[in-house]
Design a protein around this ligand. Structure first.
Ligand SMILES: [Zn+2]
Length: 308
């Protein structure tokens, strides 16, 4: 189904007083002009014309498709033990970030879990060694389909995914998809009754978007087709029979660091954002991110839905 992207908001349908702006490709430094529509009602933004050939914008070194890093032996034992102790509040050392995203979801180790837009599948691979036994990763650009005990990685876009799952997750893949309503409707069909849906996306509630406009790195033109607001995610859920139960802002210091790089015409390729500020500045920016998260003004969030 072809959707008119230049008038009505894809989330709330509003056609009144919408404005447009032009953004450039900044991650690879390709430039170009990409027009986005800014919804006056729900504040979502959407790319108006999707380039016919997106391959040029996903080069072979695109970060989501580096090789899956497998772990072995003692490391796998540590991964399993760490998650077990963490779940019992007995782990006092550092832990992977995904523990936080999963923490609000009550999920058994044998639950079926699908990661849609899984990139190289690293997250579901980590979940396997954290003790989960029924894992699937789907991505239309997956370098290699793979099966291992408790885990299957398949080259598929969201519309081709079959089966029903206890938990469906999209970690920064939703914004790369053309039609948010169609995607949410599809997600509803692959969730079991009472199943949980976690969508992690950039959001336009971001203070950094309001301040820095098209230099905000999570505009990521033209790879990001649709960036919702918090309000738009609620509307989308309601349209598709999914109840929004919780929202947690999880933005970090990179909203400032990479946005600053883009402002200074430095693409991400060839410039390591991890090395562009000193430790002291980084800690300060982490604190700033924390404060913005606490007031729903960070530049990305975790949306937790439940299928009624
Ligand atoms: Zn809207």
């Amino acid at each position: 189904m072809k959707v008119e992207r230049n008038k009505a908001c894809l989330a709330c349908g509003n056609e009144k007083n919408n404005t447009t702006f032009v953004a450039q490709e900044k991650m690879l430094g390709l430039g170009g002009s990409f027009e986005y529509l800014n919804c006056d009602a729900c504040k979502s933004i959407q790319l108006v014309d999707i380039p016919a050939d997106m391959d040029a914008y996903y080069p072979s070194n695109y970060y989501a498709f580096g090789n899956l890093v497998e772990s072995h032996g003692l490391m796998n034992v540590v991964k399993k033990l760490r998650k077990t102790l963490f779940d019992r509040n007995l782990w006092v050392f550092g832990y992977p970030e995904y523990y936080k995203w999963l923490a609000p979801i009550e999920i058994e180790k044998d639950a079926s879990i699908a990661d849609i837009g899984c990139g190289n599948g690293q997250l579901v691979y980590e979940l396997k060694w954290a003790g989960f036994k029924n894992l699937y990763g789907f991505d239309p650009y997956l370098p290699e389909e793979k099966s291992m005990e408790g885990l299957r990685l398949e080259r598929k876009d969201v519309y081709k995914v079959s089966g029903q799952y206890d938990l469906v997750m999209l970690h920064h893949s939703f914004e790369h998809m053309e039609n948010p309503v169609q995607v949410m409707e599809k997600l509803n069909t692959i969730l079991k009754k009472g199943g949980k849906l976690l969508i992690r996306v950039p959001v336009t509630d971001a203070e950094v978007w309001k301040q820095e406009k098209t230099d905000w790195f999570q505009i990521d033109a033209p790879r990001h087709f649709f960036i919702p607001s918090k309000n738009a995610m609620k509307i989308l859920g309601e349209k598709c029979g999914l109840k929004l139960t919780q929202v947690i802002f999880d933005s970090n210091e990179f909203q400032f660091i990479i946005t600053d790089m883009y402002k200074n015409n430095q693409p991400m390729i060839g410039n390591n954002p991890n090395k562009s500020v000193n430790r002291e500045t980084r800690v300060k920016l982490q604190q700033k991110a924390k404060i913005l998260n606490a007031t729903d003004q960070g530049d990305q969030a975790c949306f937790y839905f439940e299928k009624a």
